[in-house]
Design a protein around this ligand. Structure first.
Ligand code: KG4
Ligand code: ZN
Length: 357
């Protein structure tokens, strides 16, 4: 029997050093042989955000160790690896350089092909690590650096339907958390706080809710939260503000997703409708629950990545590597770091103030 392809994935675009080894499978869902992730929370928490220089230094210190761990846990021999895939962008240039160059060197030493991967494509394909999914599908990508609705037409074929015009959703969660005195990255803690609070207590704005198609804006929310935090006193007030924030986000995403559903349907008339949420914020159970209900009402099937594959990891990078490997879509060693690599190169750059819809 022919050996199934084994791909090594490497991720270092931000504050996670990660290496994973996956193997193709008859079922169409690859087997994750190992998936090692080392987060840098402790390094950055005192700064309230990621310090690129410190992040890069930590990647350099850890990447050999993490790779050895991933190899050991997978039980494979070096020679079994068929290709090495590493994130080439988008992300922090000093961080990306570590994983990309390490991956290239690893591929040369093995004499195997090298594949440069778009980190966002990794998130987009992450549900394929647990479910068989056919293209096209509608994707809501919600992470610390990106918030987009995308029509995923195929590998490397993306049409952006909407995007944030200011903060990413994860950023909005983290900034709100910071204002509530929660350590970075506070997104998951907001969800915990919200469970203990009254979501009706504070009224927060829903920027561009009735205009701008399925584009989104969160900057106004942060200003409103700042105003309220100056007045609140008790711990219960903090829980109530977290609950109000969580509820407002759920309502914004519900409205905007309805618009994205319609745009997707217009483009893919006779096909099955599939809706996926991926990226770190997709781990938020309240957001998932709301969008599952909305999907049912609108006859969209849901496929989600496992909760532990929502945040940054290298299995999703290996997943893209595997699809590209099957198409013999390899890169030369000249592939550069691309800190602003967009999935839809034709989409307009919408971030920034002064945008009017
Ligand atoms: O995808 P990710 O790991 O990194 C990027 O590519 O940005 O996403 C990290 C983001 C952070 O902003 C984090 O606070 C947020 O995802 N996040 C959450 C939750 N878990 C992670 N936000 C809200 N609720 C959660 N449960
Ligand atoms: Zn990410």
């Amino acid at each position: 029997m022919k050996k199934k392809a084994v791909i090594m994935g490497i991720e270092s675009s931000c504050d996670e050093t990660a290496v994973s080894i996956i193997q193709d499978n008859e079922s169409g869902i690859p087997k994750i042989l190992s998936n090692i992730i080392s987060s840098q929370f402790d390094i950055h928490k005192e700064f309230g955000g990621i310090v690129p220089e410190l992040a890069a230094r930590s990647h350099i210190e850890k990447i050999d160790l993490i790779t050895n761990k991933a190899l050991k846990e997978s039980g494979i021999k070096l020679n079994d690896i068929d290709a090495v895939a590493a994130t080439a962008g988008p992300g922090l240039i000093v961080c990306l350089s570590v994983g990309l160059n390490f991956g290239k060197a690893f591929a040369i030493s093995l004499g195997k092909p090298f594949i440069g991967v778009n980190h966002l494509e990794g998130h987009a394909l992450s549900p394929k690590l647990n479910s068989k999914i056919e293209y096209p599908y509608l994707l809501l990508l919600i992470s610390g650096g990106h918030t987009q609705y995308l029509n995923v037409k195929g590998l490397g074929k993306y049409e952006r339907l909407g995007t944030t015009i200011d903060d990413a959703l994860g950023e909005a969660f983290d900034k709100t958390a910071k204002l509530l005195g929660i350590e970075f990255p506070g997104g998951p803690k907001i969800e915990e706080f919200a469970k203990k609070g009254n979501p009706e207590k504070f009224k927060l704005p829903k920027p561009i809710i009735n205009r701008g198609g399925c584009n989104l804006s969160f900057a106004g929310l942060k200003t409103a939260v700042l105003r309220i935090t100056k007045k609140i006193k008790s711990q219960q007030d903090k829980f109530d503000l977290a609950a109000s924030f969580q509820k407002t986000i759920e309502e914004i995403l519900k409205e905007k997703t309805k618009i994205a559903f319609n745009l997707f349907k217009q483009n893919n008339k006779s096909k099955k409708n599939i809706f996926i949420i991926a990226g770190g914020v997709a781990a938020n159970k309240g957001i998932r629950k709301n969008l599952v209900e909305l999907s049912k009402e609108n006859k969209f099937e849901n496929v989600f990545p496992d909760i532990n594959l929502c945040g940054d990891n290298a299995a999703m990078i290996a997943m893209v590597g595997l699809e590209k490997y099957k198409l013999k879509n390899f890169d030369t060693l000249e592939i550069p770091v691309n800190p602003r690599w967009s999935l839809d190169k034709d989409a307009l750059f919408l971030k920034g103030s002064g945008l009017k819809f």
